[in-house]
Design a protein around this ligand. Structure first.
Ligand code: HEM
Length: 161
């Protein structure tokens, strides 16, 4: 895009549309699974990126998890905040930083609808790493719940669409 706020420079490698090459899910309490994902970090000229992620089942193509939100950067710093709403009734505010080709985030607050499914998510961490050679991004999302300690939930590799 031509519109690019200078404050976004540290996040430049993340901007655009990405599609999963390999997306695996796991957690101690569930059966491992795979999925397909398309996500976008869109720049429209503001010092933030508009975020959207859509996933679907690799065989049935049924929609699965959806997220949308905003990734903001504190201009002139490496500090970022990611506000995400999840289709299963959860909102998370995650904070962290972007250092070189790595973006790390950890939830600061999580809230859920009263009728959201148990168990409650109590913590989320995400790590996005860009590999300049392959031009791919690797992402690991971990979570803790009211039943289970922090553990990897998603391990994904994306290429630019
Ligand atoms: C299960 C949260 C992203 C697919 C779960 C569970 C939780 C959860 C709390 C239940 C775990 C348990 O019963 O102990 C989250 C959070 C996410 C996320 C916080 C993002 C930060 C995703 C994504 C997918 C996905 C992107 C991909 C499609 C599943 C599946 C299960 C599951 C298939 C097991 C079946 C089920 O219980 O519905 N997730 N999830 N999740 N998640 Fe996620």
């Amino acid at each position: 895009s031509q519109k690019f706020h200078p404050a976004l420079e540290p996040l430049k490698w993340l901007v655009g549309k990405w599609k999963s090459i390999k997306a695996e899910g796991q957690f101690p309490t569930i059966k491992p699974f795979t999925y397909i994902e398309e996500l976008e970090f869109e720049s429209v000229g503001q010092p933030l990126l508009n975020y959207q992620s859509r996933t679907w089942h690799p065989v049935t193509k049924n929609p699965m998890h959806f997220e949308s939100g905003f990734l903001r950067i504190d201009p002139g710093t490496s500090n970022v905040a990611f506000m995400v709403s999840h289709n299963f009734g959860l909102v998370s505010l995650e904070e962290g930083n972007v250092i070189g080709n790595t973006l790390n985030l950890k939830s600061k607050s999580i809230n859920r609808m009263i009728f959201a499914k148990e168990p409650a998510v109590t913590e989320i961490t995400r790590s996005y790493v860009f590999c300049p050679d392959s031009k791919r991004i690797s992402v690991v999302v971990s979570m803790a719940t009211s039943n289970t300690e922090l553990h990897e939930h998603l391990i994904v590799e994306y290429e630019k669409v």
